[in-house]
Design a protein around this ligand. Structure first.
Ligand SMILES: [Zn+2]
Length: 510
């Protein structure tokens, strides 16, 4: 068998699952027919929601309400009467109707079965009348802290739920319906990730609360499958209080799986660009709002301190420039109090003015970025942020040149899990502000070295580090972005062992 290596890696010698120096150790040589690159890592991933995206109706490619209705009716016909159902990845930007469906639209589709439908960004959901009734939501229900329930002129809830408003309906639904995916389905999904070249993910999970509560206690589900994980899952818990984090860290340790580690806490700072809920300094270009700042420094401090005490990291979601400024302020305090900036991440870091970039660089806080967002946002991003802010949106080149550590991710199932597409998007930016492009090597390192650092893993393929690597049919440093999008992952090794992906494994449904 021939052995070809990428221009980066000439030889790979493995012993006991670790990369070793062949001169000093008895070794096993792995012969491959392709290009060896470090295992690809995704710093920001929702593993259980991804598994759900492979089994519940996924609506991103639906063209109009009629197609949404067809997919929902198909799935509904397989459920017992009255059992609540969830659907995900609705994108109103690409629907002919150009708006979110309301409760009445959904009632026509599914009758009196409770239904919750998540927008693809995860920050807006829609409920039908039966779901609102099951949750006890009426015109008298107040908006929860950090969220809203849209209302019509009569003050009646329209079924559109924003931010923490989602939980008002998703939580009672979860109690009724149980987990949306089985343990086996989550395991299958993790094999699917191995097949696209991922050897580790930063796995964000809720504990049965939060916006995707209707998908169940995702953390406990990961613990149950810990021994069956084919790849490494570094768990980021969406925690509400310090005890929950301490318990989570303890339970992960008790399970004792080499594939599952506690990574830290995930906190929300704002919403999304798509939903106009990202917190901006100036209003959006196409709506008279500056979004919703959800970040609460006082509530976040004990969570952050606990995560750091537990040896973990703090990952805070901030998309708008105003949210980023608020979180950077908070991190400034944490660093001043002795917190290690290498353990502080801002998730998305999407819109950043010069002030925010300078603070990122001064503190040394990691920007955890998702280049593949640009693939979904090409049609509307400029309309939303305006031409003046477009160059400040996903400013990867500016961040890198300022010395800000970057980690790559997909935020899957917001975007597909394929890391090679993310690497390609960091290079050609799907045409959005090409001046902010990264080189082939820089883009690759987002999903190797950069993400590994953000997951508290050793430098990939150094002597002594786990032999987590993949074999590609192209050299990622020589291929064009489009060749990379079309490339195949020939094999994925975790700890020096080949992951045997079952035939027929599905990796994505639009
Ligand atoms: Zn996310």
């Amino acid at each position: 068998m021939t052995i070809a290596f990428s221009s980066e890696f000439r030889r790979l010698v493995v012993d006991n699952g670790l990369v070793v120096n062949e001169a000093i150790r008895p070794t096993r040589e792995i012969a491959v027919d392709g290009y060896v690159v470090p295992g690809l890592r995704d710093a920001h991933f929702h593993p259980v929601t991804y598994a759900a995206s492979l089994v519940v109706p996924s609506l991103k490619s639906a063209r109009d309400f009629g197609e949404v209705a067809d997919r929902i009716a198909g799935a509904s016909s397989e459920l017992a009467p009255g059992v609540p159902m969830s659907a995900i990845r609705l994108d109103d930007e690409t629907l002919t109707e150009g708006r979110l469906p309301n409760r009445h639209d959904l009632d026509v589709m599914v009758g009196d079965r409770p239904l919750i439908l998540h927008r693809y960004c995860g920050h807006i959901a829609m409920a039908n009348t039966a779901a609102l009734e099951l949750a006890g939501v009426t015109s008298a229900t107040p908006d929860p802290a950090g969220g809203t329930l849209d209302r019509d002129e009569q003050g009646e809830p329209t079924g559109v739920l924003r931010e923490m408003g989602i939980e008002v309906v998703s939580l009672p639904l979860a109690e009724q319906s149980g987990p949306a995916v089985t343990d086996d389905q989550v395991v299958d999904a993790m094999y699917a990730l191995a097949s696209v070249g991922l050897t580790s993910i930063g796995g964000i999970v809720g504990c049965g609360d939060g916006p995707w509560a209707d998908l169940g206690d995702q953390f406990s589900q990961l613990l149950r499958i810990a021994d069956r994980l084919p790849i490494n899952v570094r768990v980021l818990v969406i925690g509400q209080d310090p005890d929950q984090l301490r318990n989570a860290a303890r339970r992960v340790e008790e399970v004792g799986s080499p594939r599952l580690t506690f990574l830290g806490v995930k906190i929300f700072g704002d919403g999304s660009l798509g939903g106009h809920t990202a917190a901006m300094h100036e209003p959006f270009a196409d709506a008279d709002t500056t979004g919703q700042l959800r970040f609460d420094a006082e509530a976040s401090r004990p969570l952050a301190e606990t995560a750091l005490d537990l040896g973990g990291i703090v990952a805070i979601h901030a998309i708008g420039d105003r949210a980023n400024a608020a979180v950077l302020d908070f991190f400034d305090d944490i660093v001043a109090g002795g917190g290690d900036p290498n353990r502080l991440r801002i998730e998305h870091a999407s819109v950043l003015g010069p002030g925010e970039v300078a603070t990122f660089a001064r503190l040394g806080v990691t920007a955890s970025v998702q280049p593949a967002f640009m693939a979904s946002e090409t049609e509307w991003l400029e309309k939303r942020v305006g031409s003046a802010r477009l160059p400040q949106t996903y400013p990867l080149r500016t961040l890198l040149d300022a010395g800000v550590p970057l980690a790559g991710g997909s935020d899957c199932p917001v975007e597909p899990p394929h890391p090679l597409s993310g690497i390609a998007a960091a290079r050609d930016r799907c045409g959005i502000v090409p001046a902010e492009s990264l080189s082939a090597a820089e883009a690759l390192s987002l999903f190797t070295t950069g993400a590994a650092r953000a997951l508290l893993e050793p430098e990939p393929l150094e002597i002594g580090s786990p032999a987590d690597f993949v074999v590609l049919d192209v050299d990622p440093l020589a291929a064009t972005p489009d060749q990379l999008r079309a490339a195949n992952v020939l094999a994925t090794y975790v700890g020096g062992e080949l992951v045997e992906v079952p035939d027929g494994t599905v990796t994505w449904q639009e």
